[in-house]
Design a protein. Structure first.
Length: 422
């Protein structure tokens, strides 16, 4: 049986790039500053997924963990890897790695040269696609999918790689028809919009976009309430009953304006994050909103529909104020950055460098008696001493990295990267 490392009292050395603190972590008279958004964006470009890990450092990619079909990391078929393995740069054509991400069935890496690689359990396969001459500059992985942001002559284009499964794209890669989408947005808001960030899931059949003006739009399949339009809710429903035997779908030409809802009046959205069909956004007042799948308790509303893939009665299509002003959970806190939207975990850094988490993976981090289905402050003995810049939660494990370079671990020992198996 896999053992659990002690909670926030333990700090472990994962790689030579992770330096252990020379002094104990304890209370501080002055809380350290919160990281800037720029520092946080740089630190959180790479994301992992249970039960495997990816880590980019100095242009090199390190991997460890299970290396199974749903979370492949391309290491010659080895499994249950307990110590980090550096992937030879020759695998990536000699280029340095810019970012890497794991989602269900999809592991992708982006090189500084703008090339995308998809991992199977044995190696990393070049996704040989032209993108109409544009250069990929960032990726967002989803279930069986990758969203690519590309630039050519200062013009931005968005692409979706659909049907990714263990290193192979069995679907297609297509350019997002932003003209159709933006026309639909303008029909709703009366203004020209520019896409700032975009996510998709489920073969790119479920989509969400954040605009530069701070608005959220959704379109595609509404399997788990991810559209955010109250579909299927018993209160304040705005759509007709679900047609028998079909999945309700919102057209790209008529995207749903989530931030047009009354609860978002006077608010703009600063950040968007998505895993599977669970969505989290942060507004300019410091409130974190969630909706969609409540698998593993990631909505923070005290409910849990269980594991992914089976829509449960606890899924919600109505945006819920999970943390911050207006929330029933820690309303005095103000969110600053969403640092984790993982398979079993949500994590938020507040404006005063506190760290809150919820979801089933949080049960190994919170104090005895607290509910992991609600946001709970964690790692206080770290946040009072160090500026936190990232938190990665691959399943029942969590890594917290600080601006100093120190990394702390809690959870399944096999994922600690220290060679432990129990």
């Amino acid at each position: 049986m896999k053992g659990k490392c002690s909670m926030f009292l333990a700090a472990v050395m994962l790689l030579t790039m992770f330096v252990l603190p020379t002094t104990s972590v304890g209370a501080a008279s002055t809380r350290p500053r919160t990281a800037t958004v720029e520092e946080l964006e740089a630190a959180n470009a790479t994301r992992s997924g249970y039960p495997s890990m990816v880590k980019v450092a100095n242009g090199d990619l390190y991997v460890w963990g299970t290396n199974g079909t749903t979370t492949a990391i391309g290491v010659g078929g080895q499994t249950n890897i307990t110590s980090p393995i550096k992937i030879d740069r020759a695998v990536f054509g000699g280029e340095t790695v810019k970012m890497a991400q794991i989602n269900d069935w999809t592991t992708a890496a982006l090189t500084e040269g703008g090339h995308i690689y998809l991992a199977d359990t044995k190696t990393w396969n070049l996704f040989d696609f032209d993108f109409d001459g544009a250069m990929p500059v960032s990726i967002n992985t989803g279930v069986h999918s990758v969203v690519v942001k590309a630039i050519k002559d200062d013009a931005v284009s968005w692409w979706e790689i659909a049907g990714v499964s263990t290193g192979v794209c069995s679907g297609d890669c297509h350019r997002v028809d932003t003209e159709e989408l933006l026309t639909g947005m303008k029909a709703v808001t009366g203004k020209d919009e520019v896409i700032k960030d975009l996510y998709c899931a489920s073969w790119c059949n479920a989509n969400i976009a954040l605009t530069e003006s701070g608005k959220i739009f959704t379109w595609g399949e509404n399997r788990f309430g991810n559209i955010g339009n109250n579909y299927g809710q018993t209160d304040d429903s705005i759509t007709e009953p679900k047609p028998s035997g079909s999945i309700p779908t919102v057209k790209k030409s008529e995207p749903y304006h989530v931030t047009g809802r009354s609860e978002f009046a006077g608010r703009t959205i600063k950040q968007l994050s998505m895993h599977y069909s669970t969505i989290a956004v942060l507004d300019d007042r410091g409130t974190v909103w969630t909706w969609g799948s409540s698998s593993c308790g990631k909505l923070g509303n005290g409910k849990n529909s269980g594991q992914p893939w089976s829509p449960g009665s606890e899924d919600t299509a109505k945006p819920y104020p999970a943390l911050g002003p207006g929330s029933e959970n820690a309303p005095a806190e103000k969110g600053h950055y969403i640092v984790a939207t993982e398979s079993q975990l949500m994590g938020v850094i507040t404006t005063d460098n506190k760290l809150y988490a919820w979801g089933s993976a949080a049960q190994y981090l919170i104090k005895s008696g607290a509910s992991y289905l609600r946001p709970t402050e964690i790692f206080e003995n770290i946040t009072t001493q160090e500026t936190v810049i990232s938190m990665t939660g691959p399943g029942a494990s969590v890594f917290v990295t600080c601006l100093s370079g120190n990394t702390y671990f809690s959870g399944d020992a096999v994922l600690s990267g220290t060679g432990q198996t129990s």
